[in-house]
Design a protein around this ligand. Structure first.
Ligand code: FES
Length: 261
């Protein structure tokens, strides 16, 4: 069981205020609000940003990198793009000295996407069960409603709107929301393929953060679903970070699914 470690004198931290402290070789953000002290990992669970550099509003710390909010009392993630809590720690004050004891896990519940289900998790990881069409592109199982919808879409005239409809089958593996409603698709363009009557499709796509761990999977899935259309010769995906993604780019559907109002 970790022990309480002296990290600061209470007078070292203004009220309200923050202080970066080290506890058992881990960096912890210490907060002083309304006469009480709180401690959470100095790590934003969206993309590792330092929380101690953020803006403190009441009991909420706002990550300076992309604006995720956390409750400093519990570590709970309060807003996108963070969906997981950061770890919170025990704090006590004795004789004007502040002590922190690391917890194994945080207590904050975080944001749980309302659309999450075991079935969706299975689907998102089911590529090994998928078959290929005549072009060699991987398609979902033939008996699913989704595949019926896919077959209907791939027989329609190729257009930007149709590509966006196809891309709604690609879901962020952490948020379980499709990449179109998340606002990740910036541009779709077409060029004739040089050696046949089909089209080369170029897609400008962004990520919720520059180091998004789901990036390679999202790119592969994007190419896969667009390539199912019979008039597509090839798909190019360009990752663009300008303008940067912000939660404002999400549709109302995405907000509903994430329980953000
Ligand atoms: S790293 Fe904190 S919101 Fe992206």
């Amino acid at each position: 069981m970790p022990e309480f470690i002296h990290v600061a004198d209470a007078s070292d931290v203004p009220d309200p205020g923050t202080l970066l402290v080290e506890v058992d070789e881990e960096m912890v953000a210490l907060f002083h609000v309304m006469g009480s002290f709180y401690a959470i990992d100095d790590i934003c669970t969206h993309d590792g940003g330092p929380l101690v550099d953020g803006e403190l509003e009441g009991y909420t710390i706002i990550c300076s990198r992309h604006g995720a909010k956390f409750d400093i009392r519990t570590g709970a993630a309060l807003s996108m793009p963070a969906i997981r809590p950061t770890r919170s720690h025990d704090v006590k004050v004795e004789d004007g000295s502040v002590f922190v004891r690391l917890r194994e896990t945080g207590s904050g519940p975080g944001i749980i996407p309302t659309s999450y289900s075991a079935a969706e998790t299975t689907n998102s990881n089911a590529s090994s069960l998928q078959s290929t069409n005549e072009k060699g592109a991987v398609v979902p199982p033939a008996d699913s409603d989704k595949n019926t919808e896919t077959q209907s879409l791939t027989s329609q005239t190729l257009s930007e709107d149709l590509v966006r409809e196809l891309l709604k089958q690609v879901k962020d593996p952490e948020l379980f929301v499709n990449i179109v409603d998340l606002g990740l698709i910036y541009d779709v363009s077409f060029n004739p393929a040089p050696d046949n009557s089909k089209q080369l499709v170029s897609i400008d796509m962004t990520m919720t953060s520059p180091a998004c761990p789901a990036g390679p999977q999202l790119i592969a899935d994007t190419k896969r679903v667009v390539n199912t259309h019979e008039d597509v010769a090839d798909v190019e995906v360009r990752i663009v970070m300008e303008p940067p993604w912000t939660p404002d780019r999400m549709t109302d559907d995405a907000r509903d699914q994430l329980g953000i109002f």
